[in-house]
Design a protein around this ligand. Structure first.
Ligand code: SAM
Length: 242
């Protein structure tokens, strides 16, 4: 029997997978720590996809029922490892496609003895659409998503009109969506997209939300500040389901 023709995604994704090699420490972290921290995902067309119809049960994954915080694009994991350490009564899920970043996250979590953190190596929209049960998430965070500066690449941006329905599906009623970026054009797009999303209401007054004090300074934020950019935070509450 011949192999079926390779299948590809039909939508653009918000990342280009970096091919950079992992350091020896990161390779070791992957081998030793991934079996504990990284959730197994059944794949569809691509290596970072999630097969429709497959989902996790957070209570089984974490061995308890606790409020769940999901960070999309967790990078090196600085924000989520810090948050998981500071709030042992909540569970945290890091969603990232950058393997070396996930390895760094596990090394830091292991060093700090963090028990309430798990990682998913997958494309975030598919995680929101398939892997997470509807209404299972208390807070969803996206801090400094890739801005896709050039107009011709804007279609790759994560926080675009297709995003709110996916976030609304995963969040529980009253759940919170937190966004931050240092790229003004993307901040304005985020605010417009969320203003048009019937399932969400802003949870801030004025133009922008105050800086979320649970967000630690990452390299991306520091770089933006050094370049004189303003950091824009936004926060929304998921409206109750009808
Ligand atoms: C600019 S970095 C910011 C990382 C981190 N939030 C911080 O503030 O340091 C954006 C990250 O989002 C990840 N990313 C982008 N699109 C993604 C997607 N669709 N699913 C999962 N991760 C994604 C990238 O791999 C990258 O590590």
């Amino acid at each position: 029997m011949t192999d079926p023709a390779p299948r590809f995604r039909d939508k653009p994704v918000s990342f280009v997978r970096r091919s950079g090699r992992m350091s020896d420490a990161q390779e070791r972290a992957w081998q030793d720590l991934a079996p504990h921290y990284v959730i197994d995902v059944e794949r569809d067309a691509a290596a970072t996809s999630v097969r429709p119809g497959t989902s996790i049960d957070p209570a089984t994954v974490f061995g308890r029922r606790a409020p769940l915080v999901v960070e999309i694009g967790s990078g090196q994991g600085h924000a989520i490892v810090h948050a998981a350490t500071a709030a042992p009564e909540r569970d945290f899920l890091a969603v990232e496609v950058f393997r070396a970043g996930l390895a760094r996250t596990m090394l830091d979590a292991d060093r700090d003895g963090v028990a309430n953190l798990r990682l998913v190596e997958a494309n975030a929209p598919e995680v929101l659409e398939h892997l997470l049960p509807a209404g299972s998430v208390d807070e969803l965070w996206i801090f400094f998503p890739d801005p896709w500066h050039k107009a011709k690449h804007n279609k790759r941006r994560l926080v675009a009109p297709a995003f709110p329905p996916l976030a609304a599906r995963a969040l529980r009623d009253g759940g919170v969506l937190r966004l931050a970026t240092d790229w003004e054009d993307y901040a304005l797009q985020m605010r417009d997209v969320m203003a048009a999303a019937a399932d969400f209401a802003p949870a801030f007054d004025g133009d922008w939300a105050p800086r979320f004090d649970g967000r630690v300074m990452t390299a991306f934020e520091r770089k933006g500040l050094q370049k004189g950019r303003e950091i824009c935070d936004l926060v929304y509450r998921r409206e109750p389901r009808g």
